[in-house]
Design a protein around this ligand. Structure first.
Ligand code: NOJ
Length: 535
């Protein structure tokens, strides 16, 4: 069992901190976070102990999907700053030994990308349309879409256009929002342009990329119908013709060939593929360095489920001797405090799960605000911005609740995030005990707990070193042994449990003392919903 982590590239044990730039820190008082805000937060991140940042998209975009609709991939959107602000961030991060990775969105562009405008104007059959997936409709007068694909955000994955002569025209494919037309990766111009983008940022000093929808891009040539599951989000991804089509691997090989010109650069792909062999195919030595594994995100707070998730993730990467990755949350999923039950219970469990994640060999992703123990926020209908809300005809609230700005200081919104209280999403009035300032002053805060755990992960050679030599779940208790001699115990059961003999490095909650008459050589007992590291 287990995967290698030994001396290797800089990213092989790295802790990546995911910055959602709209929500990290606002430097210019417009209520939206920006790049100079990230730069201003670098000392905080250095003290937290992260190795690298993953910035969600900051390139030019109409923001229909908050930057995942890119109109110019080689410039910074004015909302976030400028190329100079990006250069300042790269330089200041590197001064602190922090690497910078950016989001790359190769599956689609914005409908405001110049290519799409020229495609609309050029008409059917033109070279310009061949950069996207334009098709004639089916049925009388092409009234129906070319196939039955649905958009991930709800509704059909096709939109009909009006031709330049004013007549109802062709349809174009968008797996996401209509403002995100899918590119046609059969067209060599598409990769040529992506190569320019890769080199543009790498030459500016960026250390790598998170690749959006890395299992997308390539489409089967005949665009066959899909099977529509009742719950589209639980559809069987592995037989879904919209994703994980064989041709995607050549794209990754081409991307990798460019990255190999920059020996320290890393690419981590968003790969929503569950079959282990199919997932591992993305991690072949000439494809992605890393793939996000979402099994921990999907696991309940249940020892068996968590064990299975870890076992599976390790087994998948082992097929290619690749490095595992671990993540509990990101900008697309409900925050884990809320997923695990909310309130003090959810927070206790989230802290416990952080210790499990940080004990494991490989790469860890921490999503901004996770280190403060932020919960999801119930936002009123009128402030929701995620296109999912509208596209699902107001049946799914979307992802805004995990994207609320970070609280930094003070007793009332905007909690030092901005100078205006009119932040892009409202901040809950009761977050004063969750600010960075407040948590720094409290030794037991989630922030100080994360700082201690990250310091131990960095300094103690026993921590997060592979392989995983033992993994069990018994009576609700998960135990992980790693090659460095660390034992991580998670109590997801119903009563306190004894810890193994040894030095307790850290716990997510206070241990319960043994009665003095027992004179036990063992450490105290681990309460429920808590975890500990013992060496
Ligand atoms: C995955 C991103 O994480 C998500 O936020 C985005 O909406 C889709 N890809 C489309 O780009």
């Amino acid at each position: 069992m287990g995967a290698m982590t030994g001396p290797g590239p800089w990213w092989s044990r790295a802790v990546f901190y995911q910055v959602y730039p709209r929500s990290f820190r606002d430097s210019n008082g417009d209520g939206v976070g920006d790049l100079d805000g990230v730069t201003a937060g670098l000392d905080y991140l250095a003290d937290l102990g992260v190795d690298a940042l993953w910035l969600n998209p900051v390139t030019v975009s109409p923001m229909a999907d908050h930057g995942y609709d890119v109109a110019d991939p080689r410039d910074i959107d004015p909302l976030f700053g400028s190329l100079e602000a990006m250069d300042r961030l790269i330089a200041a991060a590197h001064e602190r030994g922090i690497r910078i990775t950016m989001d790359l969105v190769p599956n689609h562009t914005s409908s405001a990308h110049p290519w799409f405008g020229t495609a609309l104007a050029a008409g059917p059959g033109s070279q310009q349309r061949a950069r996207y997936h334009f098709r004639d409709g089916t049925g009388p007068d092409g009234l129906h879409p070319p196939n039955n694909w649905i958009s991930i955000f709800g509704g059909p994955a096709w939109t009909r256009i009006v031709e330049p002569d004013g007549t109802p025209g062709q349809w174009y494919l968008h797996l996401f929002d209509p403002e995100q037309p899918d590119l046609n990766w059969e067209n060599p111009e598409v990769f040529e342009d992506l190569e320019k983008t890769l080199r543009f940022w790498l030459d500016r000093g960026v250390d790598g990329f998170r690749i959006d929808v890395a299992h997308g891009m390539s489409k089967p040539p005949d665009l066959p119908d899909m099977q529509i599951a009742e719950n589209r989000l639980l559809a069987d991804m592995d037989s879904d013709p919209r994703f994980n089509h064989e041709g995607v691997h050549e794209i990754h090989r081409n991307i990798r060939a460019v990255l190999d010109d920059y020996p320290d650069a890393v690419a981590v792909g968003e790969v929503w593929v569950y079959d282990n062999a199919a997932f591992a195919a993305y991690l072949r030595p000439d494809e992605l360095h890393l793939g996000f594994n979402f099994r921990l995100v999907r696991a309940e707070f249940d020892a068996d489920e968590i064990r299975d998730a870890i076992e599976n993730s390790l087994a998948a990467v082992a097929l290619q001797n690749a490095t595992p990755t671990w993540t509990l949350s990101n900008h697309d999923v409900e925050r884990e405090v809320t997923r695990y039950g909310g309130g003090p219970l959810g927070l206790a469990r989230a802290r416990a799960m952080a210790l499990v994640m940080l004990a494991l060999p490989g790469v860890v992703f921490v999503y901004n605000g996770e280190e403060l123990g932020l919960p999801n926020v119930d936002l009123p209908d009128e402030v929701l911005q995620d296109p999912v809300w509208e596209r699902s005809l107001y049946t799914e609230r979307g992802r805004d609740g995990c994207r609320v700005p970070m609280p930094w200081s003070g007793d009332a919104p905007p909690f030092g995030f901005s100078t205006t209280a009119d932040t892009w999403l409202p901040m809950p009035a009761d977050w004063s005990s969750l600010t960075v300032e407040h948590e720094l002053a409290d030794p037991d805060s989630t922030l100080n707990f994360f700082r201690r755990a990250l310091a131990l992960r960095r300094e103690r050679t026993a921590v997060a070193v592979g392989p995983v030599t033992g993994l069990s779940a018994e009576g609700g208790v998960l135990t992980v042994h790693t090659g460095g001699g660390l034992t991580c115990v998670l109590n997801a059961g119903e009563r306190p449990v004894d810890l193994p003999a040894g030095e307790v490095l850290i716990t997510s909650a206070a241990l319960q003392e043994h009665s003095p008459s027992l004179r036990s050589p063992r450490p105290g007992r681990l309460p429920v919903d808590a975890a500990a590291w013992v060496v």
